[in-house]
Design a protein around this ligand. Structure first.
Ligand SMILES: C=C(O[C@H]1C=CC=C(C(=O)O)[C@@H]1O)C(=O)O
Length: 357
């Protein structure tokens, strides 16, 4: 199948309220479409195996899956021309009220951290934008011609509305018993990729993510290997990244258990997890829904899994688009800088919406 037929098929599903997902794995020049065969599919159990999974941040809320055995899957080459990623051409219009609300949230987080109960908490916000007229084809062309090093997707399910994103963060990849995950945290806007300096705030913030991931996997693995930490470029932003690889003790732990041990990492929640989560639910004042949840495919036949953290994402419901972004707060955070960081993160995604504005 060719790209135009793949997106036409997606449009047919979208117009008939049938779940589908289009996605491209980082660095690959192909795109996969999974189209559910009918609207009403009853999912046999809670298992995450053999489906495309779309999970919310809060695991108490419902997750959605497109079961592979009840879907048609197609692959095609992605031969859209890669667009210039910088300089950015559209700037999000921020309001004084939104800024004030985020500054207050960040300052409350810093106060909470200073009481000594929490080391780090990730706080976020959303921003709503009106579209001129939503067209799935334009969205796909724009999304899949930018950010090729990210996991890019368009997901639709009648119960979730349409979501799309270009996330830099792997939650977990597995092949048989071998796995890879990553600790990604710390953000700066890059002007010149050859010179990136990281301060202690970012280094500490990222090290807590490494420690928490290693901790949560110790009893589920028979080998663990931690890479050197390096800069990871995601559009106009750089993050600190450490890869963690190893061998899963899958005779005792299924995918669901491993995922539940990893999620939510301190990259999207904080540390210690429970206290950070409580702070988020009490103070953020909105429902993250699928932002900072996870998504991806688990393929039983290939005995492989590719799951990503749902960052740099957009929810589209008719002509309303909602952008989401957050950042990790530590005792050394500055509220103005954190506001700017969420703005810069949203800037990477607003470029995708450009043809729809
Ligand atoms: C929570 C987000 O980013 C996480 C991933 C990378 C860097 C982050 C940071 O610098 O705070 C966040 O932990 C987001 O992009 O909305």
């Amino acid at each position: 199948m060719q790209y135009p037929q793949l997106t036409q098929k997606a449009l047919g599903c979208f117009e008939n309220n049938v779940p589908f997902v289009l996605f491209s794995i980082p660095g690959s020049n192909s795109i996969t479409g999974i189209f559910q065969k009918d609207v009403h599919t009853s999912l046999p159990n809670e298992s995450l195996e053999d489906s495309f999974i779309f999970s919310p941040f809060n695991l108490q809320q419902e997750n959605y899956r497109i079961p592979l055995e009840n879907s048609d899957s197609y692959n095609c080459m992605l031969n859209l021309k890669e667009e210039e990623i910088s300089p950015q051409t559209i700037t999000i219009d921020e309001t004084k009220e939104d800024k004030q609300a985020h500054l207050t949230l960040v300052n409350n987080a810093i106060d909470k951290i200073q009481t000594g109960n929490i080391q780090k908490v990730v706080v976020s916000r959303k921003k709503e934008i009106s579209l001129q007229g939503f067209q799935l084809q334009k969205l796909c062309d724009s999304l899949f011609s930018q950010n090729p090093s990210a996991f890019r997707y368009v997901w639709y399910h009648p119960k979730t509305a349409l979501w799309c994103g270009a996330t830099p963060e792997v939650l977990i990849k597995t092949k048989d018993n071998a796995f890879t995950t990553m600790a990604l945290a710390g953000t700066q806007k890059i002007e010149n990729t050859s010179i990136i300096f990281w301060g202690d705030k970012e280094k500490n913030e990222q090290q807590w993510v490494v420690d928490a991931i290693v901790d949560s996997l110790l009893d589920k693995t028979t080998a663990l290997n931690i890479s050197k930490t390096k800069s990871h470029i995601a559009g106009n932003l750089a993050h600190l990244r450490t890869d963690i690889k190893g061998v899963l003790n899958t005779s005792r732990y299924g995918l669901k258990k491993v995922v539940e041990a990893l999620h939510p990492t301190p990259a999207v929640c904080g540390t210690p997890t429970k206290r950070a989560q409580d702070f988020i639910y009490k103070n953020e004042n909105y429902d993250r829904e699928f932002y900072t949840g996870f998504l991806g495919i688990s393929n039983a036949e290939q005995n492989s899994t590719d799951l990503f953290v749902n960052l740099r994402c957009i929810k589209i419901d008719q002509n309303n688009a909602t952008l989401f972004a957050g950042g990790g707060i530590t005792k050394d955070s500055n509220a103005e800088d954190e506001w700017l960081e969420t703005h810069n993160k949203m800037q990477t995604m607003i470029q995708v919406l450009q043809p729809l504005l």
